[in-house]
Design a protein around this ligand. Structure first.
Ligand SMILES: [Zn+2]
Ligand SMILES: [Zn+2]
Length: 309
């Protein structure tokens, strides 16, 4: 693209300044303003591949108001904090768009429950691992016979939109593993803040009940308390070394699940080989080949060795 056209790609957002949480909640705690955000978020210009800016009268009509004084009062509250105003109309820059995306994800509003999506055979008892979509928008995977709980994965209601149940479950796992990978790298998938990543081998009662191998991966955002506790296998699945090993063995890493043989065996192999500093070993095996990895307490791979049995 020619240099003179590039500036057109960058919309000028005007004067945006930091506001306090009190100011933000006071601005947002009003129905018309929420409707303005939703109408601007929905507007999309197919031919230009960008948000469609709405003029004052278009936006007022979309929101369904006829009193322009009243409408202007509410719109004015949003401009400069969540809504941008250009010569050719109003639009949502990043803060407004982030809020719009949360609203339409259904996370705030929808409490639909789905039960008993059959997923797999249970490795412990031969029963059926089933997924239940709970009223708090989390997928819970557990065995209907032996009641072993295998995983809890947050998933927005929109994850089921235009997908079969099976495709939705795949989407949930792909999304979960990509979040877990970011968190292991110290980046919070929810707020971008720093994540404290620890391998814990001195388990308390609660952690002990969650652990198969006597070691727990604890990943917690120091800003927003977004946290992930899991067995080491799930976190190991997000490393380049294990991902490549599984791909070479014909598996799709994001779709290798907690109750699959390869994962169950890996968790049973977890060994603390050194305590100070902590070194933990885990082994994955696929089709006669194995990979041994050693992790330090920050989830960094200290060493990895592949061998044919
Ligand atoms: Zn079972
Ligand atoms: Zn965070």
């Amino acid at each position: 693209m020619a240099e003179e056209h590039r500036s057109e790609m960058l919309d000028h957002i005007g004067g945006f300044e930091s506001i306090s949480i009190e100011e933000a909640t006071s601005i947002l705690g009003e129905q018309t303003r929420m409707e303005i955000l939703v109408e601007l978020g929905k507007a999309w210009d197919e031919s230009r591949h960008q948000q469609q800016k709405l003029r004052f009268s278009e936006l007022m009509e979309a929101v369904g108001l006829t009193d322009s004084g009243q409408f202007n009062y509410h719109l004015d509250k949003l401009v400069g904090s969540f809504v941008a105003k250009s010569d050719d109309g109003y639009w949502l820059p990043n803060p407004g768009m982030q809020l719009y995306r949360l609203i339409v994800s259904g996370t705030f509003t929808e409490r639909e429950i789905r039960t008993d999506i059959d997923v797999d055979d249970c490795p412990s008892c031969g029963g059926t691992v089933r997924a239940t979509y709970r009223a708090d928008n989390a997928l819970v995977f557990s065995c209907d016979a032996c009641t072993t709980g295998y995983a809890v994965i947050p998933f927005s209601p929109r994850g089921f939109t235009n997908r079969t149940d099976d495709d939705a479950l795949q989407a949930a796992f792909r999304s979960f593993y990509s979040e877990l990978r970011l968190a292991r790298q110290g980046i919070c998938p929810a707020c971008d803040g720093p994540v404290e990543t620890k391998l814990v081998d001195d388990l308390n009662d609660r952690l002990d009940s969650l652990s198969v191998g006597g070691v727990i991966s604890s990943l917690r955002c120091t800003v927003c308390n977004n946290y992930y506790y899991s067995d080491l296998s799930s976190v190991a699945l997000t490393t380049d070394e294990v991902r490549q090993f599984l791909i070479d063995g014909g598996l799709e890493p994001p779709l290798v699940r907690e109750w699959h043989d390869v994962t169950v065996a890996a968790d049973e192999s977890v060994t603390v080989v050194q305590t100070d500093p902590l070194r933990v070993e885990i082994t994955f095996a696929v089709k006669g080949e194995t990979i041994d990895l050693t992790f330090d307490s920050d989830h960094q791979v200290v060493s990895s060795t592949r061998s044919v049995e």
